[in-house]
Write a protein that binds this ligand. Structure first.
Ligand SMILES: [Zn+2]
Length: 638
């Protein structure tokens, strides 16, 4: 058994996820509000204890196992998430194997490509006749020439294949360009084309100053989306990047303060006018991981929020949009970490404000930023009628719930004291409002598992045995097994899929997070094999993290097929079969949600879920067509 599997077997996904959000029983599953998208009306997030999986039926339409949940929630990579869970499960995992020269070579190649792409877009912005409008836009924002050069602003042509043609001419393959996020795939028509078209390009650097991706602003008046980013990859991980940190880290250290804003333009303007300790998160709520990264440079953070529109909760929602509040509270646990919040004057964002009056910005940051606790108290008491005891109690309860998360007891007490004075009540009565504390097992549970827990685990295993394993998992494993044996197989399968107008295999095709991680490496190996560079299984294992090697060992226990022309066709069939299975299962789940929404009289949900049903039905039709098409071509070629 692989290490990841062993860890998953020892944990109950329900326990783990319950530490992050409340779950309620809902038939055979549990449901709650999805932590990955804004979801507060009807719970769209489901956890299946039987399958030990989670799924969001709302905006993210994502799902996975306990490892992928922790990866997303904590902003960790596969290895880090596994380490966290291994501790909880009491499983030892072997030390990390460092990257090999082969891995480094692949990364260098992608890094070079991204670097060249930044130059290519920048050159277009400066000189291309087609970029006139973009240049006008940049001029209208009043940016200095040296700023445009320093941040290497760029322009992408309004074309579906200009960028591809340019880099194909330099010897990069479609796969390279997809990996780098410069191409995108149309899932219906199954073709690839330039991701960035007619947009102002912002290269994004990591802290070391390497280009890892792009943010792109539309130049069309009502263009959607307004900002388009590179896709999430190992290199471009939005939860781990901070825009401007490469330019600002020295100043952050010197100023002993980092100011966090929301947009690229805010950062650029601040740096242009001399405020180089300003950085931005990447369109997601500021994560714990980003804060840990920042803590290397400074212990004081000022989070600058645009003005709240209408008092009461709007300010707090703004903060929640900007930061992962719980994560922030946890990061604050280190003594002398000082997190402050600055609310900007009505109608201003940092860009406008700095442009209008740089000294005002400096003053606001120094004088108007308040501590996180004060901000929470202020925000939640705004607009509350202090003579209305019910309203006061409600606000107080909410404040206490948030303040309770502050890890430093002294700080917590100080805020409760302050709040008591403000509300003219006793600290004791405030403390009684605090929610009953959940015990969160953060310590390793090695050797201390209680009998009760053991019994529960045994029951869990029994339950799992009673549920038939997903039919798709053996198919997925077999595909990876054969790909291990025949490196070039994956590329062949992709070609066959494209021939029948189906999307090529991606990491989302795999149920297990470790298989997703392994797939990444196998596909690179497959592409290299296409170029004549064959990496043997043992070389591959040498280059991989030990936790993935244990998965390879498990896979090698499965039997290998005989090589032959038929193998790629059979594997392609297999991919289509497991996709079909998953879509059908998904459809039956969504149908249930339609029934539930109807029963509750929730028209919006009924409509959304019904629409999703139609989409899934179409997908089933299209996959069946493809299976049919595949059999006939396979026959013809024999
Ligand atoms: Zn969601």
């Amino acid at each position: 058994m692989s290490i990841a599997q062993e860890i998953k077997d020892r944990l109950d996904i329900v326990d783990v996820i319950s530490d992050y959000l409340p779950l309620k029983r809902s038939g055979r599953n549990l449901s709650g509000f999805c932590p990955f998208h804004n979801n507060t009306r009807t719970p769209a997030f489901y956890v299946s204890p039987e399958r030990q999986s989670w799924k969001c039926f709302g905006a993210c339409a994502d799902g996975g196992d306990v490892i992928s949940f922790v990866m997303r929630r904590e902003g960790l990579d596969f290895r880090e998430a596994l380490e966290l869970l291994a501790q909880r499960a009491g499983v030892e995992i072997p030390a990390y194997n460092p990257k090999t020269p082969q891995d480094a070579a692949v990364e260098d190649r992608l890094g070079d490509l991204l670097e060249s792409a930044a130059d290519y877009f920048h050159h277009l912005l400066l000189y291309a006749p087609e970029a006139e409008e973009a240049r006008q836009y940049v001029r209208s924002r009043g940016l200095y020439k040296r700023t445009v050069e320093q941040f290497k602003l760029g322009f992408s042509l309004d074309s579906f294949d200009a960028c591809r043609a340019h880099f194909e001419g330099q010897g990069y393959s479609n796969y390279d360009l997809l990996d780098a996020g410069l191409l995108t795939e149309n899932e219906e028509k199954q073709r690839t084309y330039d991701r960035f078209r007619n947009r102002l390009m912002f290269p994004i650097w990591d802290a070391k100053g390497k280009v890892v991706g792009f943010g792109a602003r539309t130049l069309e008046k009502d263009g959607v989306p307004k900002y388009l980013n590179s896709p999430q990859t190992d290199m471009f991980d939005k939860s781990r990047l901070l825009y401007g940190l490469n330019f600002g880290k020295r100043d952050i250290r010197e100023a002993r303060q980092a100011v966090i804003v929301e947009g690229y333009m805010d950062v650029i303007r601040a740096h242009e006018r001399g405020f180089k300790n300003v950085i931005a998160q990447m369109g997601t709520a500021l994560t714990e991981h980003q804060l840990s990264l920042l803590k290397r440079y400074s212990k004081q953070f000022v989070i600058a929020l645009d003005a709240d529109e209408a008092g009461t909760n709007a300010a707090l929602q703004g903060l929640r949009r900007a930061v992962d509040l719980d994560g922030l509270m946890r990061v604050g646990k280190e003594k002398n970490t000082d997190i402050r919040v600055l609310t900007l004057p009505d109608g201003y964002d940092p860009d406008d404000l700095i442009l209008e009056d740089p000294s005002r910005w400096a003053r606001l940051v120094q004088q108007n930023a308040v501590s996180l606790g004060d901000f929470v108290i202020q925000a939640l008491l705004t607009g509350v009628d202090l003579s209305d005891s019910t309203a006061v109690a409600r606000a107080a309860r909410e404040i206490i719930t948030i303040l309770e998360k502050l890890p430093d007891p002294a700080e917590r007490d100080a805020f409760i004291h302050k709040l008591a004075r403000k509300l003219n009540t006793s600290e004791r009565s405030l403390r009684q409002l605090a929610p009953r504390k959940r015990k969160i097992a953060k310590e390793p549970q090695r050797f201390v598992r209680s009998e009760q827990k053991q019994a529960r685990l045994a029951q869990l295993k029994l339950n799992r045995q009673m549920v038939a394993p997903l039919a798709t998992e053996p198919l997925e494993a077999n595909y990876l097994r054969q790909a291990l044996e025949y490196p070039e197989l994956m590329v062949k399968v992709d070609l066959q899929l494209q021939r029948v107008s189906q999307p090529i295999v991606t990491r989302e095709d795999f149920t297990n997070t470790e298989d997703q991680a392994l797939w990444n490496h196998l596909r690179r190996r497959s592409v290299a094999a296409g170029r004549g560079q064959v990496v043997t299984i043992s070389e591959l294992c040498d280059s991989l993290d030990s936790v993935l090697v244990s998965r390879i060992e498990t896979l090698l226990g499965l039997s290998a097929s005989k090589q032959g022309e038929q193998l790629a066709a059979r594997m392609t069939h297999s991919v289509l079969n497991w996709r079909l299975d998953k879509v059908k299962r998904h459809l039956s789940e969504v149908k249930q949600l339609v029934d539930e929404a109807q029963a509750l009289g929730n028209a919006d949900d009924t409509e959304n879920y019904s629409f999703r049903c139609q989409e899934l039905t179409m997908m089933i039709y299209s996959i069946n067509q493809a299976k049919h098409g595949l059999s006939s071509t396979a026959l013809r070629e024999d």
